[in-house]
Design a binder for this molecule. Structure first.
Ligand SMILES: Cc1ncc(C[n+]2csc(CCOP(=O)(O)OP(=O)(O)O)c2C)c(N)n1
Ligand code: SF4
Length: 481
């Protein structure tokens, strides 16, 4: 019998892996049955408490874990739930987005003290202050583990780290930041507790707190936060028992375990949600005028997905044109994405955005090889025409671009967008002339969908009329070619 089989048969009932853990931890160069954490590290223990609670509460299928940057960046190798890896400190912002669009999911942030209290200090403060219905697990080991033992905001005074080699001094490096106490001053949070992973008594309290925090979210009571004091033997250059004792001796007096905030059932702020869920959108009555809109070729499945880059000077309405196109796509039932990119100066600098429109789900909103480039000025044509896929479409604002591209394997559509906009009486609608030309050349979408999106943005009826004219003018210009 292999050791694994023996463990399975003999230890099944008392020591089996929670279902929220993967059976094997498949990762580069790692032992498939152990974690990558150092001996004595608290991360693995907290993972276990989390996995057990998720399994026991029956929420595995709707749990989304937002992983941090730090030693626990790899939590997604272990926990078999929905996983997202956020940039450093930004987990609460990512979690906010997930929870607002998927209010039925259970959204967890898992963060270290460098991630949460240093680079992400602002994120956690505002997520808590907004009372987001998320649960945050904050691993306070007093140091940056992953990067080799730099001082964290929670490092005790006098403690030597690689960035406080003479010991932390309050007047120079600041004082240990007490996150539970800080967040407990806020109105919105529902449950805040500090626990520790030192002796068995504290382990049991931590186990309870993990469950209570999750239950707070399940019950819709609001923001929950559990700080977990843990050992980082490697960062503190101690052996595991020393590091664990150090937590009790040095960290407990600064960061006393206990419940800092607890709201029972009354007064829970309602969770904020963004827009409608997919199901709600399907069930919702159509907005005024939408029912009459006939979807274009993309929604009818008559053309391949579109990966478009729109580019020009800041102030030419490039980003807005991208948003209008993406929102129009949503109205036709397409999957869409839009990402902006602009220079430090908003007006006058260069700006571009990526728009994807597809009847299938979109793997990434970023576009390296566009199928369409819309260039509002010459630098944009120069920069993005070389990226076009063979057979792609380059649309240029011929009022401003004299040389577009020497490529013979792409189609080029010249649209005097600024001139056309001027003759309509408003140079600002050159962006809609270009969109109209795109729709005229491809029939990808119905221009009424764009107008419906503009209307939903609160556009005044007289301005909407000018935009309607601009879309029609662009269409006519494209059809003439
Ligand atoms: C933007 C950015 N800044 C800095 C880093 C380097 N960095 C990686 S992890 C980390 C700190 C991790 O410490 P902590 O959050 O306490 O987690 P631990 O490793 O102790 O679990 C830092 C500064 C980075 N990856 N990205
Ligand atoms: S460096 Fe510290 S926090 Fe990172 S895995 Fe090792 S003990 Fe854990």
């Amino acid at each position: 019998m292999s050791s694994r089989e023996w463990r399975t048969s003999v230890w099944e009932t008392t020591h089996s892996k929670p279902v929220a853990f993967y059976d094997l931890f498949e990762r580069k160069g790692g032992d498939l049955e152990t974690t990558h954490y150092c001996p004595g590290c608290g991360h693995g223990v907290l993972h276990k408490l989390l996995a057990e609670a998720i399994s026991d509460l029956g929420i595995q299928d709707r749990t989304v874990l937002v992983n941090p940057v730090g030693c626990s960046v790899f939590a997604y190798y272990y926990l078999d739930v929905g996983n997202i890896q956020a940039s450093h400190g930004r987990a609460p912002a990512v979690a906010t987005g997930v929870k607002r669009v998927r209010p039925d999911s259970i959204v967890l942030c898992y963060q270290g003290d460098g991630d949460l209290a240093a680079i992400g200090g602002n994120e956690i403060l505002h997520a808590a202050n907004r009372g987001e219905h998320i649960t945050v697990f904050f691993v306070n080991n007093g140091i940056y583990g992953m990067t080799g033992g730099q001082m964290a905001p929670t490092t005790p005074l006098g403690a030597r780290t690689t960035t406080s080699p003479r010991g932390r001094r309050g007047e120079v490096e600041g004082y240990p930041l007490r996150m539970c106490e800080l967040l407990a001053t806020l109105e919105a949070p529902a449950y805040i507790e500090r626990v520790a992973l030192t002796d068995p008594k504290y382990h049991m309290r931590a186990r309870k707190a993990v469950r209570r925090a999750l239950q707070t979210q399940i019950d819709g009571l609001g923001f929950s936060f559990v700080e977990v004091l843990t050992a980082c033997p490697t960062g503190w250059k101690m052996n595991p028992p020393e590091a664990i004792q150090w937590v009790e001796k040095t960290m407990f007096p600064i960061f006393p375990p206990g419940v800092y905030k607890e709201r029972k059932t009354d007064g829970a702020p309602k969770p904020a949600t963004i827009g409608k869920t997919g199901e709600e959108r399907k069930a919702a009555p159509k907005e005024k005028g939408e029912a009459a809109i006939k979807p274009g070729a993309l929604a009818r499945g008559e053309m391949p997905p579109v990966a478009m880059k729109l580019s020009g000077f800041g102030g030419q309405g490039i980003l807005f044109a991208g948003i209008a196109l993406a929102e129009a796509g949503m109205r036709e039932g397409l999957q869409v994405s839009w990402i902006p990119s602009y220079g430090p100066e908003m007006r006058g600098g260069t700006a571009h955005c990526h728009v994807r429109l597809s009847s299938e789900s979109i793997p990434s909103p970023l576009i390296n090889k566009p199928s369409v480039v819309v260039a509002f000025n010459e630098p944009s044509a120069e920069k993005f025409a070389p990226e076009l896929l063979p057979g792609g479409l380059l649309m240029v604002n011929s009022s401003m671009v004299k040389r577009a591209s020497d490529r013979t394997d792409i189609k080029i559509l010249w649209v005097p967008a600024t001139e056309a906009a001027n003759s309509i009486g408003n140079p600002k609608v050159a962006n809609m002339v270009m969109l109209g030309a795109y729709l005229g050349a491809t029939n990808a979408m119905n221009s009424e969908s764009i107008l419906a999106a503009l209307l939903a943005h609160g556009m005044r009826p007289d301005i909407l009329e000018i935009n309607r004219k601009a879309l029609a003018a662009g269409r006519d210009l494209a059809l003439k070619q």
